[in-house]
Ligand binder design. Structure first.
Ligand SMILES: Cc1ncc(COP(=O)(O)O)c(C=O)c1O
Length: 403
């Protein structure tokens, strides 16, 4: 189990007061906070090693290049991938756009389809819709669980790509990606996993699940903003063209004949990369490794069970998403029939409790569930039962404040 009291001490921001109350941070599905080892790794790079990578022969540049490549190996290792199958991006959104533009655009034949689900984040819908190819969306149950019968019906020989989130940011639903990938492989479809909400809460091994692409963001996993990554299986890399062109992604350039692209991950990293971000992200991966992904999941599952139980006692509050914490990550989503989610979030903020309200970039999911807006408290390693209790106390004030 996690020693949350000790973990909290690693996060300077958690000592803050908000509106005169100690901060309870429950907006982790949007972005997470950064622990001292991550902040220190970035500071060390900025103050001791800052230089451009892969370009200079001076000491700082060599150090920066070595640190950047060692970060790639660490981040790749965190998802069970070799370093040459991991490309740094700005975030999950850019990672998915990269696969859409550099792979899907060149590999879908007329009549072939992309299969996704109605529960996806907009970042796993729009890059595919923009391609203008036929898309199908698997339905969910009223509890927000993926309808696997509908999946089996919509997965056909025409399906070229299945693109699905591992864990929903809006309902916390954990999708059975092992089964999804096995079924997809039977019809020779490729699979992209949107792991923005799962690498840090559930853990994943890309070789074990055998996906083709996997996308995630550093800022949701204790790392800095502006850095993310995409896993590109070697065989798929051979089918891909560049995403962006420019410095850093070529081996030869001519004015009168086609350029020769760099081999491996560099081909998709045009321009100066976010080196300090990559170093911070590697430090974040190491932080998770020290705690152990199994312990993290066990802690968050227990907290989710507690949260669901406590929330279900509040009058007028309706829980959204699966009731069973074994198929739900630490995302507690709810609505009050009487009050708008934005008003609820404001009351909670006045009590120092940070939650999210709105559609959480999942408008099709909200439409499917007949909802416009929901409140979402999302958990992480530094949350404990006392944070849930503070949430519940603050929710008890909603009625008296809003009438
Ligand atoms: C499931 C999922 N996919 C994609 C994204 C997009 O992440 P980013 O904004 O870091 O690109 C998010 C962000 O909330 C998400 O939760």
């Amino acid at each position: 189990m996690l020693d949350v009291k000790k973990i909290k001490l690693d996060f300077p921001i958690l000592r803050r007061q908000v509106n005169g109350k100690p901060l309870v941070y429950l907006d982790n599905a949007a972005t997470s906070q950064r622990p001292k080892p991550v902040l220190e790794a970035i500071r060390d790079f900025d103050t001791q090693h800052n230089a451009n990578v892969h370009r200079g022969l001076h000491t700082l540049s060599e150090e920066a290049s070595a640190m950047y490549e060692s970060s790639r190996a660490t981040v790749a290792g965190f998802i069970g991938a070799p370093a040459d199958e991991l490309v740094f991006t700005r975030n999950t959104t850019e990672a998915i756009n990269l696969v859409a533009a550099a792979w899907a655009r060149h590999n879908l034949q007329p009549g072939e389809e992309i299969l996704s689900t109605v529960m996806e984040h907009h970042s796993n819908i729009l890059p595919w819709l923009q391609l203008g190819v036929t898309m199908k969306f698997v339905d969910i149950t009223d509890e927000g669980i993926l309808d696997m019968k509908d999946f089996a019906k919509k997965l056909t020989k025409k399906t070229k790509l299945v693109t699905v989130g591992h864990m929903s940011n809006a309902t916390g639903t954990i999708n059975p990606i092992e089964t999804i990938i096995k079924l997809a492989k039977k019809v020779k479809a490729r699979v992209l996993i949107d792991a923005a909400q799962s690498v840090q809460h559930l853990g994943i091994d890309v070789k074990q699940v055998n996906c083709d692409f996997l996308a995630f963001s550093g800022h949701k996993m204790l790392g800095p903003m502006g850095i993310g990554a995409v896993y590109l299986k070697k065989e798929r890399q051979e089918e891909m063209l560049p995403f962006m062109t420019g410095g850093g992604m070529i081996s030869e350039v001519y004015l009168d004949q086609p350029a020769v692209w760099a081999k491996g991950a560099e081909k998709w990293e045009a321009g100066t990369p976010n080196v300090s971000g990559a170093i911070g992200l590697a430090a974040a991966c190491e932080y998770h490794n020290r705690l152990g992904m199994i312990n993290i999941r066990a802690h968050e599952k227990e907290l989710t069970e507690y949260g669901l139980k406590q929330l279900s006692r509040i009058k007028g509050l309706r829980l959204v998403g699966p009731k069973d914490a074994s198929i739900r990550g630490g995302v507690l989503t709810f609505v009050f029939d009487q009050y708008h989610a934005h008003d609820v979030a404001q009351v909670l903020d006045s009590e120092g409790v940070a939650v999210r309200s709105g559609h959480h970039c999942t408008m099709p999911l909200h439409q499917r569930l007949g909802l416009v807006s929901t409140s979402r408290a999302s958990l992480y390693i530094y949350n404990d039962k006392s944070d849930i209790d503070r949430l519940i106390e603050a929710l008890d004030k909603v009625r008296s404040v809003l009438g």
